[in-house]
Design a protein around this ligand. Sequence first.
Ligand SMILES: [Zn+2]
Length: 316
Amino acid sequence: MGSMDEMTANTAISWFNRLIKPKIKVGSSRAQHPPEGLWIKCEPCGQTLFHKELERNLHVCPHCQHHFRVSGHARIDITLDPEGRKELFANLQPSDPLKFKDLKRYRDRVRDAQKESGNQDAVQVFKGTIQEVPAVVAAFDFNFLGGSMGSVVGAKVAQGALAAVDEGCGYVVFSASGGARMQEGILSLMQMARTSAALTRLDEAGLPFISVLTDPTTGGVTASFAMLGDIILAEPHALICFAGPRVIEQTMRETLPEGFQRSEYLLEHGFVDRICPRAEMRSQLADLLSRLTRTHKTRERKIYRNEELPSPPVAE
Ligand SMILES: [Zn+2]
């Protein structure tokens, strides 16, 4: 209990604060990115986890192996060797050709997401090495407008493939996306063809494309490059689908089977080649990339300019 003088002083300050509103406000970014040392609850098992410990464990719950979603940059950090990595196409900026507005203007949504994440759009592309095997790696950030694929995401995924051709190395894409970015209308749908076409360059050069499906990979991303991997890996228990389970359930009016559209279900039905826990991802990728590139090293590789549009494949 404070003395009478202190109480008077406190009352005086609260009266003063009401009169003159403080100019410094706590931004939303702070609320969504808690300071280090905070505890996080693992929803599936209910355990409380120390933030630092979770980070050390590659954002995987040590009790139930739940794989938490990670940002694009965190994904790059836990995938590429720390030395010699370089970000590509970092400055591509999304535009708003339709001047789209729903509850909020698209331009404002993008600006907020950029401020929140420190990135220009929902995918980050890096070149570097994975356990000393060269690779170009693209990683989606689901926190950035649901990892949706607009023109910039499409351009970066496509140019990442062409960069891998230039470098003569394999290409790895970690998908985490709600699908096409509806605010860009038809332009977002065109990215499905754009990314798929760019992958044919990689194929012609005899270089591997490894698609890694993480929670959640849905919509137009599933319907294009994510399912075109020479090898398709998935993280455990990731949601992988075109239309989500709720939509299907409402349309079919049927209860869906347990684990429907999760990695394990897709593996069983032949859509996924292997489920790879995060702890094994680096060694798995390094192994696959070195095996699949070694066999093609002697083949002559053509170098394509980035702006050159790939032509559709011709049946022989
Ligand atoms: Zn857990």
